[in-house]
Design a protein around this ligand. Sequence first.
Ligand SMILES: [Zn+2]
Length: 316
Amino acid sequence: MRVSFHPDYHIGLPSPHPFPMGKYALLYAHLLRAGLVDPACVEEPIEAPLAMLSRVHASDYLDRCARGELSAKEIRVLGLPWSARLWRRSRLAVYGTYLAACNALKDSISANLAGGTHHAFADHGEGFCVLNDVAVTIRELQSRQAITRALIVDLDVHQGNGTAAIFAEDNSVFTLSIHGARNYPAVKARSSLDVNLPDGTADVPYLAALEDALTQAIQQAAADIVFYIAGVDVVVGDRYGRLGLTVDGLRQRDAYVIKAIRSAGLPLVIVLGGGYSPSTLQTAQLHAIVFEEAVASIIKHPEHFASHRSFYRGVF
Ligand SMILES: [Zn+2]
């Protein structure tokens, strides 16, 4: 499986900071060490060009980001100290998701070892999200006529409010968000399908809700590609999550999504989303599970991962 990764996904943050920035390098090292990713299959993104970002984001917002002129209030809402390196890493992560999507269209599955920044709106960032990598990627692929329709399966414990708002009036993109009802954001946007779960939801009801919602979403979306935001903040003990999944429940969740999407014959792009375990290492280990399940699925069901040239329209 080809994956996108750049060492500059990591930037230094003042300590202590609630965002576990160290997870990117830890995850990358773990995947290589465990043999889940072949170094020859790692692709390094460039910074997403402004023309690509402007397919989603307001030019005024992009200009002010580029000049480092966000207001103190905007930076507070974002939750990360502004820096040129943050701007660069945000653009690298967007292009990483774009690369992964191109690879998924060719290979049936691919991943970005970052991304899923679903709280970024067209004209502002919030909740640690500067740019909306999945939204920009979808718009770029549509503009290149590489795809027509897309499905976003957002299983981060927080609602994908930025993504929902960006595609609110766009019937070509189906947004599914399964999240904690009482989690951030306090005011939810409207996705194509929202599933609000009560505090403490455990494995069995979670997986039942997932099966119902994903079956419906796959049918209604009629998508050419699926983006899976595989946030691990659904696991019990997460600092920001309020749900009660076990680690095994998370593994079942990831395995189920991969199987459902691939048995439907759809190209699958995996992006990380959030995770706030007690330690950064634990967060990275939880993020590794979706890769473990992807590799296991490729071995177990090779027929689901036969090269997918039928989706590749030869436009990149
Ligand atoms: Zn989250």
